[in-house]
Design a protein around this ligand. Sequence first.
Ligand code: ATP
Length: 383
Amino acid sequence: MSSIELKNIVKKYGDGFPAVNDVSLDIADGEFMILVGPSGCGKSTLLRMVVGLEDITSGDLLINGKRVNDLAPRDRNLSMVFQNYALYPHLTVFENIAFPLRLAKGKHSDDEIRSKVNDAANMLELKDHLERKPANLSGGQRQRVAMGRAIVRDAEAFLFDEPLSNLDAKLRGQMRTEIARMQRRLGVTTIYVTHDQTEAMTLGDRVAVLKKGVLQQVASPRELYEQPVNLFVAGFIGSPPMNFLPARVDGSTLKLPFCEVPVGGPLAEKLRGLDIVIVGLRPEYIKDASVADVPNGVHFSAVVDQTEWLGNEQYAYIPYEADHAVQSKLDELDRDLDGEGMRTQMIVNLDSRSRILEGDEAQFAFDPAMMHVFNPETGENLT
Ligand code: ATP
């Protein structure tokens, strides 16, 4: 059993703004937990506190129910894989992997070490490279050696700090599936830090999203995608990102840039007292009405400014008038998300049958049940 519990963890560097602010998170035995968020959100700091490389300012860290705040890193028995691999250049691949076993002096016989290193090398397809030095390996192979060194010990948990960020896109995809396979096979509790949402969505049993040191949501990848709790999570998860459209509230009707949507039930209640909301619609939920049937859909027509064809996907871009009342809120959100500024165009992920061209005035439709409605002040998802 290796559970990890974070209870109200705070980290302050000096007397500045907390880098990690009151984070509570339970990671179950065998669970693959992802920490994700934009640069500077505190994810590495959190991981470094778990492994013992940073002091915890306040709060409790428990491993298997035991408080370990004051335990030295080596006594926590956690295996960490760093972004820069941290291999020993003068040692062979074999000796790099064997290193933690040799460090536990007298604990493992030579035969045992050989057998453990060989098992790890087999799993990571390194067995033909055991006598090489790190300088003679590719980036992907070096990454595998770093992982071999982490898995060779009987650690309580694996901690990964952006382990794939130095690899090119193709290798990253390949290593991603290897890490997923390895973690499932070994069933070891894992915490994995990344700012890459593809890694977050594909690797994790659950994903914890952080913004400025504060935990926003912890959920399965599907739940994060389908039921984000606020604007930040909605904007961070998904590529291309969710469309955020300004909407005026007029009684029980939402007035969007191209259409009006009647609302009822609990949402109508929650809209009371609000003049403006932000409507979130994922690009794939807006359909080209000339090829897709959307029963009970809201229909609208709009001029397509630009199209993009990527082979397996095609997108249409539809500009709209900015609503100044909400635009400043969206700009602020964009900065939080490390974005590039004004969002005044809608992206539609077109059906492969769609033949919309740039400049066309086309008919679109969406199912209002797929719409998210956010409070522009608090960012809360009201749907
Ligand atoms: P990145 O993805 O860029 O690595 P991150 O989410 O891992 O970012 P952290 O490295 O944990 O973020 O940093 C969180 C905040 O704490 C940042 O504002 C950073 O500037 C600050 N910080 C990190 N390490 C230190 C330090 N040693 N001294 C002072 N401030 C620090």
